[in-house]
Design a protein. Structure first.
Length: 545
């Protein structure tokens, strides 16, 4: 018997519908009558046929538990009691003690089976509850959704809504998971205060899915949005900025499945975020939800079919204009269309595919190294994803490959974003220690966005940090950005960490960064990312110019 069938039977035994219980009751009543007739027809209670009575007793006890078991025991005792002769042919009646004693047996068996079933049912309910609710917030989870609806079920709800907490990581880092859970409950409370008819599922840490009907949506949605527009939530008496996106999918003629409908509402939420709207209603020109899945499906093959390729972008020493290194950036040639990393890396990060991608990149960088650098003492930076940290085998094989390649000590370096490090501080610290032991240089990527790792900088063994290009872009329009750049450079230098500015596009930016003592620069002002071959040509041309 396969596992699903077994589970199906178990569920049937432990949890019946109203109709099933009704029919079980009718069937048992019928059986009670049949056993009466059987015992009477076979000559009375001196024959063994009366034991057939245990069948309806057990059946009722299984379905109705302890009270049902006791009650059916009493009924069964009476059915085979004073009105049933000991011997029908000879007209011998039963002694009272005889049928009373038998009744005690029936009641005992009914009670025993009933209480065992009650206990089992309680356990089942507990397990079911644990399985289908989010343990931190107590809200129904994705599993709950799956037990209620088939994944491929056509959408029946009028309106599907996604509520996404965009700055989830920031909040968790700041206040911890437990406090974040109370925030999620608070978000749900706001929904609950405004709308009555809805189903809610917390599908992952940052996402709520709601389903409701048209009337509720029309009457209450504006109030709901207004309520969330005050994005400040108070957690533990601390007011916190919570960046929430709303997306709505209104049922139309599409034959969307329920899951598609939710995905469509997520697409709408992303659209809202991108366009700084309070919310967005899904339109068919938003990417079709299936699109991502298709892309994800073809990713593993992309590696096998050699559709991934690397481009290299130089890193320049701002003190003497020398090229000191380069960053390897991955791209995907999908049927002639070049897909940027931000369009597939986050997708790959949702699955194990990211490990194969990083593994491929390491191998490729090692292979490209001699061609790209042409004997020069350059460092190639490669990007490691947050998810990669969870795979020690990958990390070990990565280090092993780098060691075996036997290039100079600082030939290959690793970049990890600041958010990656902060999200898994312990894992990151362990990796950074290993890298330090192996002498592999480590840079913090995208420094300054989202988190402030200043306090951690001094305890992490990093060689370089890269100021996020957003700050470089904003430095002449925004005093804050300019000051922050100055502070980051000074602070890093005090700790012996070198600074790379990302996204330098103009001479003016370069000059300002040089003036602030920034060590290195990277950006379109020097060169866009290019193939290994073009990089070498670019390098030679630059040196001979
Ligand atoms: P990143 O690591 O911060 O890479 C720098 C990004 O900035 C690159 O975008 C680069 O092309 C772009 N860039 C460089 N100079 C300029 C400039 O002057 N102006 C502007 N506007 N952009 C500039 P790209 O190649 O699209 O990569 C985006 C992100 O994707 C990377 O950000 C990195 O986080 C990720 N990524 C790229 N390759 C890989 C990879 O091999 N593995 C992993 N895990 N992530 C990767
Ligand atoms: Mg990078
Ligand atoms: Mg970066």
């Amino acid at each position: 018997m396969d596992e699903n069938k077994r589970l199906g039977i178990m569920r049937f035994v432990l949890k019946q519908t109203r109709t099933q219980r009704y029919w079980a009751l009718v069937l048992s009543a019928l059986m009670l009558a049949l056993v009466y007739l059987l015992v009477y027809a076979t000559g009375g209670t001196h024959q063994a046929y009366l034991h057939a009575m245990y069948i309806p007793v057990v059946l009722i006890a299984v379905i109705f538990g302890l009270p049902g078991g006791v009650l059916v025991g009493v009924v069964a005792g009476v059915v085979l009691g004073p009105f049933m002769p000991l011997n029908v042919a000879e007209g011998v009646p039963q002694e009272t003690v005889n049928w009373l004693f038998r009744s005690v047996y029936f009641i005992g068996v009914g009670a025993l089976v009933g209480s065992i079933m009650d206990q089992a049912r309680r356990q089942y309910r507990r397990i079911d509850e644990l399985h289908t609710t989010n343990s931190e917030t107590g809200l129904p989870n994705y599993q709950k959704y799956l037990t209620r609806f088939n994944e491929n079920e056509i959408d029946e709800a009028d309106v599907s809504i996604s509520i996404i907490v965009n700055n989830y990581e920031d909040i968790v880092v700041l206040v911890g998971r437990a406090m974040y859970a109370t925030l999620m409950q608070d978000i749900h409370r706001r929904v609950n205060n405004v709308i009555e008819n809805y189903d809610v599922y917390q599908v992952d840490a940052r996402k709520l899915w709601l389903e409701t009907d048209n009337d509720t949506f029309k009457n209450r949605f504006n109030t709901l949005i207004e309520l969330f527009a005050q994005a400040v939530f108070t957690i533990n008496s601390v007011p916190m900025y919570v960046d929430i996106s709303f997306g709505v999918y209104l049922k139309d003629d599409n034959d969307f499945t329920r899951l598609d409908a939710f995905r469509a509402s997520e697409m709408a939420a992303l659209h809202a975020k991108k366009n700084q709207l309070k919310y967005a209603i899904y339109q068919s020109d938003f990417a079709y939800p299936q699109h991502n899945l298709e892309q994800l499906g073809s990713l593993p093959l992309a590696i096998e079919n050699g559709e991934l390729f690397l481009e290299y972008q130089p890193i320049i020493n701002l003190k003497n204009n020398d090229v000191v290194g380069l960053e390897a950036l991955v791209r995907w040639n999908k049927d002639g269309e070049i897909i940027a990393p931000l369009d597939f890396i986050p997708l790959a990060e949702e699955t194990k595919i990211i490990d194969s991608i990083t593994d491929w990149i390491v191998t490729q960088v090692i292979e490209d190294y001699p061609n790209v650098t042409q004997g020069r003492d350059l460092i190639i930076h490669l990007n490691v994803s947050q998810r990669n940290l969870h795979n020690p085998v990958l990390i070990e094989s990565m280090l092993d490959k780098i060691k075996k390649a036997n290039y100079h000590r600082k030939a290959i370096g690793i970049e990890m974003t600041e958010s990656t490090i902060m999200l898994n501080l312990n894992l990151s610290r362990a990796l950074l220690e290993t890298l330090r032991k192996e002498g592999i240089p480590m840079s913090i990527d995208d420094f300054g966005v989202g988190y402030s790792t200043f306090s951690c900088l001094y305890e992490l063994p990093v060689e370089r940090l890269k100021i996020d290009r957003q700050f470089v872009m904003d430095m002449f329009d925004n005093q804050g950005a300019k000051h922050l750049i100055t502070v980051i450079i000074d602070f890093a230098h005090k700790l012996g960490i070198q600074v790379i500015a990302e996204g330098i596009e103009t001479e003016k930016q370069e000059r300002a960064l040089k003036a602030r003592g920034c060590d290195f620069g990277q950006g379109f002002y020097y060169a866009k990312p290019m193939s290994a071959k073009r990089f070498t040509a670019w390098l030679v041309a630059r040196e001979t110019a």
